[in-house]
Structures are given as structure tokens and as C-alpha cells.
Design a binder for this molecule. Structure first.
Ligand code: HEM
Ligand SMILES: *[C@@H]1O[C@H](CO)[C@@H](O)[C@H](O)[C@H]1NC(C)=O
Ligand SMILES: *[C@@H]1O[C@H](CO)[C@@H](O)[C@H](O)[C@H]1NC(C)=O
Length: 491
């Protein structure tokens, strides 16, 4: 907090100086520049402080609502160090997503790209991005999940739930599960001391994404940078090991069955000159980042919303008991056909994605002057396409701010059929266009299987009251502590 106070004071003085140097009339004229109306707030900090204080509460919506009411669904603001055009409009958002690589490119501050590494998918551009995006997709598509990953996910979820005592922090357990699943998917690692040690470093790394980027040894960011080094080191050693293994195999015999079919194998075996160790490490590390916090948060929040909505929980329980009833034993593994017979579960997941909006939107930078709804956004400007603003807009969803999984039973877009927009395409929790989340199906499967074993294996009550907050990330303040009662072991 001290840092913020100093920041505020400095900004205030700079603002005074600014007012003296620039007379009022020559200050920012949105209309003349063709930009959407808005307010740039204070110099340097802009409206970031208003945004942060709103997102630290359980109800951040007024930040967007106020501005949409005043200026319309496209407005100009100044957040995180730069003037930014904020879109609360589904058509604009779709346009931004679809024109990735043409009129827009994704844009992260250097503090984040330092943590991700230069060769991560999130930072790649152009032809290389296209190739690597489709490679990633092909490692998380429904065929791979059905034939390979489903078994692992089922086993890892049960393993984790079996270790529970009668009091657990659900958010932490969910994180463990998604980390283990990703390690398995990427490099065929089963949970053990090595993965658990790596995960501890990982937690520090993730914290760094949402901290002030001050690179001192005692700051969160400084610790994250060091954790990144350690994680990269461990991954590099593992990549070298696997290179040696696969070379050895190539000489002796090409026994395909022994070969591991994971992401790492694909990267090592890629033709076209292959990738360096550094490129592979960055790539793997970013995949771990992208799939880990997101999926585990949705798992936790689905349980939280269900706990608060007993009718939905009862209906979900029925769906899963029915699947269990057809199985030989209480611990038989789930199959693809089981996953495919969870329609209400999919409604619950969509509704959780809609209400929680863990990725509240995406930042892009214009690569040319762009015309949007009669405005002109100059080249090089930041645009924020807010999914959250659309998902929680009463125009698109009736009683948009309440958790109501049944709305998805009526239409598979969850929005009001025949409403003002008439398109089902306002729901974009996984983004869209060339950067559509390659993990969208994998995340769904992980969450479904987790819910299945939790609901059929346990009953639970919240151990303490907990609260949802949205800054720096969407999460529950106390990691969602629950008291659980086991019905049977899931061995
Ligand atoms: C509920 C869980 C998840 C949500 C809500 C989510 C959401 C998103 C969104 C909105 C984007 C687009 C970012 C942009 O356009 O700039 C994205 C990208 C990405 N996601 Fe996910 N994601 C989830 C789970 C996963 C999982 C499990 C994986 C692991 C395979 C994953 C891997 C990625 C990657 C690698 C990208 C970058 C794609 C690119 O830039 O081309 N995500 N995700
Ligand atoms: C998934 O990817 C594999 C290659 O890894 C491919 O053979 C398969 O056809 C893909 N399946 C779908 C549904 O796209
Ligand atoms: C959930 O949302 C996805 C879009 O992400 C949509 O394709 C699907 O039909 C929805 N599911 C249900 C049950 O409405």
C-alpha cells in the first residue's frame, strides 16, 4: 500500500504541473481525434486506481457500468500505464478477436513477457504463431483427450481426492490437480516430489504476473523472476534428458509404442530444423501458466456457486449419480461416453465461466488506424475487449448478474433468443479468432471430471464464509475452505 500512496502523491504533483503547463483548452480532445469519448484520469496512473479499487470488491461492475452509461459501450480510459479504448460491445470484441494479426496484435507489458519468456505461444506472432497454435490445439483436441488424456485426468483427480482430510482448501487442491494434469499432458510426468517442488516455485512465478514490476530481491516480482529461473532450469534439465533418450531410441530401434506421446515429444520431433532447448522451455512454461490458474479457479467457483444454489447442486448430483449407477464399482474410471452424458454439468460450467470471467478480456494493440463504430483508433493504441462487460450485460442475459445454470438449457448461447443482437456469439470465455484458447475442451473435461468425483464421493459445507474478489485475479479470498465428508474411497 505504501507504494501506492507514494505513487498517488507523485501523480498529484505531476498533475498540478501538467495543469500549469497545459491550459485547459489544449488538453485531450477525444472528438477531434475521432476517439470514443471518455476520461483519461490522472497523468500516469490514469483511472487504474479506480479500476483496482472496484475489482478488489465483490462487485466491480460499477466501474464499467458508470462509464458505459456516460459514454456508451466504447469509451476511452487510461489503465495500466497507457490510454486504452475499452470495448463493452460484443460486435467490436468479435472484430478485434477475428482481426488478430491483421489490424490488431496481442500485447503484454514487458514485466509479463519477461516472466513468460520470449518464445511462449502468447507472445509469438505471424506464421510461427499460426503453426505453434495449431500444434498446441492438436495436443488438446477432443481425439487426444478421449484416447489419452481422459484416463490420466480421471486417475489424477481421484488420487487427489483420496488424499483429502475432513478439512480442505478447495482452491489449493484444485490447483494441484490442474498442475499435475498439465505436467502429464506436456511431459508425461506423474506427480511426485519433483513436480511438487516445481509447483511451489510455480506459485511464486504466478504471483509475479499480478504484482508491481519492481525487480528487487524482496518484492513479489523479484521473487517471481528468481522462481522463473529455477523452473526454467528444471525444465531445461528435463528437456536435455528427453533429447538423449529419444536419440538413443532412434539408434537402437524405432519402437513407436515405447515413445511418449506428449507435447514435449512433438516439440523435440518437429522437423523444419527443430526447436532449441530455450524455445521449448519457454513454450512449455507458458502452457503451464495458461492452463493452471484458470481451470482451477473455475473448478473452485463452480463448487462455490453450486453450494449457494442448492437446487442446481441437487440437479447436478442426480446427473452424476445416474452415471455412477451404471458403473460396476464406485471407483470405476469415467469414459468419454460418460463425459458426453453430462448436459447439465456443461450448463453449470458455462454459467460459472460467464459469471466469474476469470479472463475478463484481452488487450490488443492496433497495427494501423482502425475504424470502429464511427470512431478512429490511431495506430499503436491499446484496445481492451472486455468479455466481462458483455457477459454481465442485462441486454444479452436476463438477470445477468445472478448464477442461473438453467438459462443454458433454453439456448446454447445462454443469451436471450431473438434479443436485440440476435446472435449467439456474445459468449467468449475462451476468446476467439487466431488466438482462441487451445485448452477450451481440455478445461471443460477437467472441470467435469472433478465435479463428478467430488459430487459422487463427498458431501461438504463451507468451513468459513469466503468472498470472491477480482483483483489481481479472480479468486476466493480464503481459498474456499470446506469441511468434507467422504461417502466412499475413489481408489
Ligand atoms: C477455464 C479455463 C480457461 C480459460 C477461461 C481460458 C481462457 C483463455 C483465453 C480468453 C485466451 C485468449 C487470450 C487472447 O486472446 O489473448 C486463452 C489463450 C490461451 N490458453 Fe486458455 N483458458 C483456459 C484454460 C486453458 C488450458 C487448460 C490450457 C492448456 C492447454 C490453455 C492454454 C492457452 C494458451 C496456450 C493460450 C494462448 C493462445 C495464443 O495466444 O495463441 N488454456 N485462454
Ligand atoms: C486431433 O489431433 C490429432 C493429431 O494430434 C489428429 O490426428 C486428429 O484428427 C485431431 N482431431 C480432431 C477432432 O481435430
Ligand atoms: C457452452 O458454451 C459453448 C461456447 O463456449 C457453447 O458452444 C455450448 O453450446 C454451451 N453449452 C451449453 C450446454 O449451452
Amino acid at each position: 500500500m505504501d507504494v501506492l500512496v507514494v505513487y498517488l502523491l507523485c501523480s498529484f504533483f505531476l498533475y498540478l504541473i501538467f495543469l500549469i503547463i497545459f491550459p485547459r483548452s489544449s488538453r485531450f480532445n477525444f472528438r477531434k481525434l475521432g476517439l470514443p469519448p471518455g476520461n483519461l484520469g490522472l497523468p500516469f496512473v490514469g483511472e487504474s486506481l479506480q479500476l483496482i479499487s472496484a475489482y478488489k470488491t465483490g462487485n466491480p461492475e460499477p466501474f464499467i457500468d458508470d462509464r458505459v452509461n456516460r459514454y456508451g459501450s466504447l469509451f476511452t480510459t487510461h489503465v495500466f500505464g497507457e490510454p486504452t479504448v475499452f470495448s463493452a460491445d460484443p460486435e467490436t470484441n468479435r472484430f478485434v478477436l477475428q482481426n488478430e494479426g491483421k489490424l490488431f496484435e496481442s500485447s503484454y507489458p514487458s514485466s509479463i513477457s519477461n516472466l513468460l519468456g520470449r518464445h511462449s505461444l502468447l507472445l509469438m506472432k505471424g506464421g510461427l504463431h499460426k503453426r505453434m497454435h495449431s500444434l498446441t490445439m492438436s495436443f488438446a483436441n477432443s481425439t487426444i483427450i478421449r484416447d489419452i488424456l481422459l484416463d490420466d485426468i480421471d486417475r489424477l483427480v481421484r488420487l487427489n481426492l483420496n488424499s483429502w482430510t475432513d478439512h480442505v482448501f478447495l482452491q489449493d487442491e484444485a490447483k494441484k490437480i490442474t498442475f499435475e494434469v498439465t505436467m502429464k499432458q506436456l511431459m508425461s510426468f506423474d506427480p511426485g516430489e519433483w513436480t511438487e517442488k516445481l509447483r511451489k516455485e510455480y506459485l511464486l512465478l504466478i504471483d509475479g504476473f499480478f504484482s508491481l514490476p519492481l525487480p528487487f530481491f524482496f518484492t513479489t516480482y523479484g521473487k517471481a523472476i528468481r522462481a522463473r529461473k529455477k523452473v526454467a532450469e528444471a525444465l531445461r534439465a528435463m528437456v536435455r534428458e528427453r533429447r538423449k533418450e529419444s536419440e538413443g531410441e532412434g539408434e537402437s530401434n524405432n519402437n513407436k509404442e515405447k515413445k511418449k506421446k506428449d507435447m514435449l515429444e512433438a516439440l523435440l520431433g518437429d522437423g523444419e530444423g527443430g526447436f532449441s532447448d530455450e524455445e521449448i522451455v519457454d513454450f512449455l512454461l507458458a502452457l503451464l501458466v495458461a492452463g493452471y490458474d484458470t481451470t482451477s479457479t473455475i473448478m473452485t467457483l463452480a463448487v462455490k456457486f453450486l453450494t449457494e444454489t442448492p437446487l442446481a447442486l441437487a440437479q447436478l448430483k442426480e446427473e452424476h449419480e445416474e452415471i455412477r449407477a451404471k458403473k460396476q464399482s464406485s471407483s470405476a474410471a469415467l469414459e468419454w461416453s460418460d463425459y458426453k452424458s453430462m448436459p447439465f454439468t456443461q450448463c453449470v460450467i458455462n454459467e460459472t465461466l460467464r459469471v466469474a470471467n476469470i479472463i475478463s478480456g484481452v488487450f490488443r494493440r492496433t497495427t494501423a488506424d482502425v475504424n470502429l463504430k464511427g470512431y478512429t483508433i490511431p495506430k499503436g493504441w491499446k484496445v481492451f475487449a472486455s468479455f466481462r462487460a458483455v457477459h454481465l450485460d442485462q441486454i444479452h442475459y436476463k438477470e445477468a448478474r445472478t448464477f442461473n445454470p438453467w438459462r443454458w438449457q433454453q439456448s446454447n448461447s445462454g443469451s436471450m433468443g431473438g434479443g436485440s443482437t440476435g446472435t449467439g456469439n456474445v459468449f467468449t470465455p475462451f476468446g476467439g479468432g487466431p488466438r482462441l484458447c487451445p485448452g477450451y475442451e481440455l478445461a471443460r473435461v477437467e472441470i467435469s471430471i472433478f465435479l463428478h468425483h467430488l459430487i459422487t464421493g463427498f458431501t461438504w459445507v463451507p468451513a468459513e464464509e469466503d468472498k470472491l474478489v477480482f483483483f489481481p485475479t479472480t479468486r476466493t479470498l480464503k481459498h474456499f475452505p470446506i469441511k468434507v465428508q467422504r461417502k466412499h474411497r475413489l481408489a
